[in-house]
Design a protein around this ligand. Structure first.
Ligand SMILES: [Zn+2]
Length: 161
């Protein structure tokens, strides 16, 4: 296989993978996620109590978590961050809690700490941006973000020395 063909194939695979997190196929309604309990009814995901008879599925957020495939990443760092971690993480968790109420598929997946930098991964682009905005509003510092793949992924950076 020549290199050109190979590159295109890789790209196709990547695109298919992205699309698999968008609910393209019609889900039967109501459906509930067997992992987190979120309910799909009337064309949207909510935290409403699932009716007794609902189909079982795995929601896109839980699929991303299982695949370790985030939509958003947030890089946090700097001396100020190190000194105020607890406070900053309270804000991050509160932001997630609020956001998750309205947009059940927007969640924090996990985070890693390495070389004095923390990377937080989220299942949705909106939450990652909201966390960056909340940090910037409360603590100033340096905040920036870039969308990738159209609007399907986002990289957020927040930093304060
Ligand atoms: Zn789920």
């Amino acid at each position: 296989m020549d290199k050109g063909t190979h590159g295109r194939k890789d790209r196709l695979i990547k695109e298919e993978r992205h699309d698999s997190y968008r609910q393209k196929e019609k889900l039967p309604e109501p459906s509930r996620c067997g992992d987190c309990g979120v309910l799909y009814a009337n064309g949207r995901w909510t935290w409403a109590e699932p009716p007794e008879k609902s189909h079982l599925t795995t929601c896109p957020a839980c699929r991303r978590i299982a695949d370790h495939y985030p939509a958003g990443t947030i890089k946090l760092g700097g001396f100020f961050y190190d000194q105020h971690r607890d406070e900053i993480w309270n804000l991050i968790h509160n932001t997630e809690k609020q956001e998750k109420q309205e947009r059940p598929l927007e969640r924090i997946m996990d985070f890693t700490d390495a070389d004095g930098q923390t990377e937080v991964r989220t299942t949705g682009v909106h939450l990652a941006r909201r966390i960056g905005e909340a940090l910037s509003r409360s603590y100033h510092g340096e905040f920036s973000f870039q969308y990738g793949d159209g609007d399907k992924s986002i990289r957020v950076q927040w930093h304060r020395e």
